[in-house]
Design a binder for this molecule. Structure first.
Ligand SMILES: Cc1ncc(COP(=O)(O)O)c(C=O)c1O
Length: 353
């Protein structure tokens, strides 16, 4: 009735395309948040089999899950808390992204094997503030660590300013005798658009899944294709007169006599409740989602067309195949493809191919 089809071969091919584009930089594939909704273990296994350079997740729980599933690739995580199990992180060979003195103290006390120091170069989120850099590099004098930061993707000018800051942090670390083993700044957007910002490694999430990291341009020039295709089967069809209100609050009222198709995919499955102008594909035609999306279902106005119960409804997939995109669904709700794919789930089953 509801299906999330994940094309693991597409993920591996996208990864290889990114490797080719960014060489000689390494490519860390980001598999946090259930691999952006694509299925963390299955995706990690496929990437490991393809020889992934490293995997990235947000926290230690996600990292341990990978190890428990037998993933032996390099794994790094970067949202840490001083109360985390650093001893287990050492045992499991998890690389740690460090953003605070509290975590640094714990990591050093447990001899964590590989640390990556995160410097805040302007995103204003995680990472040591510039005012703390001297102190942190002094504490690490003579030690080997990675150094990384994350771009805000606000404008080219802002990104370049962050890169200048990143260079300054590297210089400062060098001046304190810190041995920098790996430098990484760019996620998907930076990796694709700024060759000079690839350093020793890039950390790609959304692009590995074949989706667009940009809000103002396409990615047709890169060899990437979406790995997720979400579909459901029509559960009901009815002919209604003009003036029929549709779904809660009657946000849509039919103008003419028309056919309405009911799709059993609701906001529990991750479709935004308000999806203004979203379209789905049924039998080769795109039709609008109308009225409010409910917990279990939404309605499509198919006009005079004959749609029957059991017809496949593609909610999003690959634009190259005429399917609606996660990007468009995101736009229809004031959101982005990242949020759409990571939230997809509910009662829908993942099928891997
Ligand atoms: C530190 C860090 N690096 C890399 C990524 C991957 O970003 P993207 O999916 O835009 O490639 C993320 C994701 O948010 C991140 O937090």
């Amino acid at each position: 009735m509801r299906e999330i089809r994940v094309d693991l071969a597409a993920i591996v091919e996208n990864y290889r395309s990114l490797k080719a584009l960014c060489a000689p930089a390494q490519v860390m594939a980001i598999v946090k948040a259930n691999a952006y909704g694509h299925g963390q273990i299955e995706v990690a296994r496929a990437l490991q089999d393809a020889g992934v350079d490293a995997l990235g997740v947000a926290d230690l729980a996600e990292a341990f899950t990978l190890r428990l599933a037998g993933i032996e690739s390099r794994v790094m995580c970067w949202i840490l808390n001083p109360t985390d199990d650093f001893a287990l992180a050492v045992e499991q060979k998890i690389e740690l992204g460090v953003s605070s003195f509290e975590v640094l103290e714990k990591a050093l006390a447990t001899n964590s094997p590989i640390l990556h120091i995160k410097v805040d170069t302007g995103l204003g989120r995680n990472g040591f503030a510039e005012s703390e850099w001297e102190q942190v590099f002094e504490a690490l004098s003579g030690k080997s660590v990675g150094i990384f930061s994350h771009l805000a993707n606000t404008s080219t000018e802002d990104d370049l300013e962050q890169q200048r800051q990143f260079e300054q942090a590297i210089e400062l670390a060098n001046s304190f005798g810190v041995k920098i083993t790996q430098r990484h700044l760019s996620a998907s957007a930076g990796a694709l658009q700024y060759p000079q910002m690839r350093y020793d490694m890039v950390r790609c999430g959304i692009a590995v899944y074949g989706l667009n990291p940009f809000e103002d341009r396409g990615i047709e020039e890169y060899s990437l294709r979406p790995a997720m295709r979400v579909s459901a089967r029509v559960a009901n069809v009815k002919r209604v007169p003009a003036g029929q209100g549709v779904s809660y609050g009657y946000r849509y009222v039919t103008e003419n006599e028309t056919n309405l198709a009911l799709v059993p995919f609701g906001y529990f499955e991750g479709i935004p409740r308000v999806s203004v102008g979203a379209k789905v594909l049924i039998a080769g035609e795109q039709y609008p989602v109308v009225g409010r999306v409910a917990m279990d279902q939404f309605v499509v106005d198919v006009g005079a067309d004959q749609v029957v119960i059991g017809d496949e409804v593609v909610i999003f997939g690959d634009a190259a195949k005429g399917e609606p995109t996660a990007e468009a669904l995101g736009e229809s709700s004031g959101s982005i493809n990242y949020e759409i794919v990571t939230r997809i789930g509910g009662r829908a089953q993942r099928v891997f191919e």
